[in-house]
Design a protein around this ligand. Structure first.
Ligand code: ADP
Length: 319
């Protein structure tokens, strides 16, 4: 393999730049040329590529977002459009592709694999919801952003003796909410993977109040419901007032943590190794601290599961 391409797709995540850098540097180390594709699959079908040499990925390891831009490209689901992209890549002598993104991006990647174009996937999403890998690039950074924010909110909650509902990202996956709940010592966490019980939430708030604990933090993943909706449910049922804070897009940005940079570097380099070995349709991941690769199909055919042990621990520690 003499020339490969790299693109970022779906929601951006801190550490994607570190992964791009690793792909470029690892490939260069082995004498392979790399081109960057801008705007995800949109750039793939338009042949929007730029050469990435060693210098072009200098000074980006610490930057959030993605140097290659990310986009959602609905028409990429069409066979003819995928064929068009493959033809553009072949014209440019590109022999393989690294896709950095979430499970949606893997579906697109697998469509290319089935048409004979080699692709390896690197999991990049703050939600940590790619089945088959324990961690995805960006999760650690987002988690730390959320924990820092909740620590600050807690200062106000304590000073004013208020209870706060903090709405965090996670449409289908509650990892950010759950890990942040444990790390920030929240009283209650609501995640999409587990049923919630409103009476239990209210009882917890009331129990706290009888212990003269006048503030409380409830974290709700957006996939369960909006923070404002939960505040209304609590008010209507128990007459308890809560304040709502929606963290929003600050969770997606910022300089990646050291952990995300290391993970991204390992993933990016491993993806290049796999392409060099002639492998395709594989996703890189990490399990028990070991780098692994597995059939990319698994990542979108299986469902993300929350860590039941962590959820139980969260409940035990917030009695
Ligand atoms: P993520 O990768 O973060 O899960 P999305 O689900 O938005 O993000 O997917 C990113 C892009 O992947 C989509 O905009 C589309 O271009 C491509 N994609 C998603 N699903 C498919 C599919 N079934 N077939 C082909 N391409 C797809």
């Amino acid at each position: 393999m003499k020339k490969i391409a790299v693109l970022t797709s779906g929601g951006d995540a801190p550490g994607m730049n570190a992964a791009i850098r690793a792909v470029v540097r690892k490939a260069a180390y082995h004498g392979i040329e790399v081109v960057g594709i801008n705007h995800g699959y949109e750039g793939f079908i338009n042949g929007s590529i730029e050469p990435l040499d060693l210098g072009s990925v200098g000074g980006i390891i610490q930057r959030g977002g993605t140097k290659l831009y990310s986009a959602r490209c609905l028409k990429f689901k069409e066979d003819a459009v995928q064929e068009q992209g493959i033809a553009k890549m072949r014209e440019a002598n590109v022999e393989g592709l690294v896709v950095i993104g979430g499970d949606g991006s893997y579906r697109g990647a697998m469509a290319l694999v089935k048409k004979g174009f080699p692709v390896v996937g690197v999991p990049g999403t703050i939600d940590n919801d790619v089945p088959g890998t324990e961690y995805t690039i960006g999760f650690d950074t987002a988690l730390n952003t959320v924990v820092e924010s909740i620590d600050k909110i807690r200062d106000t909650a304590t000073s004013h003796e208020n209870s706060f509902i903090v709405e965090v990202m996670g449409r289908d996956a509650g990892d950010i909410a759950l890990w942040a709940g444990l790390a920030a010592g929240a009283e209650t966490v609501l995640i999409p993977e587990e049923e919630y019980n409103l009476d239990e939430i209210i009882a917890r708030l009331e129990r706290g109040a009888t212990r003269s604990k006048k503030h409380s933090i409830i974290i709700v993943a957006e996939g369960v419901m909006a923070g404002s909706e939960l505040a209304k449910l609590i008010k209507d049922k128990a007459g308890i007032e809560t304040r709502v804070s929606v963290l929003g897009h600050i969770q997606r940005g910022g300089s990646p943590t050291a952990r995300d940079r290391v993970l991204a570097s390992r993933f990016g380099a491993h993806a290049v190794e796999l392409l060099m070995e002639g492998k395709s349709g594989r996703a890189v991941g990490i399990r028990n601290h070991q780098l692994i690769d597995y059939d990319m199909t698994e990542a979108f055919e299986k469902h993300h599961e929350s860590d039941v042990g962590l959820y139980t621990l969260m409940k035990e520690l917030s009695i």
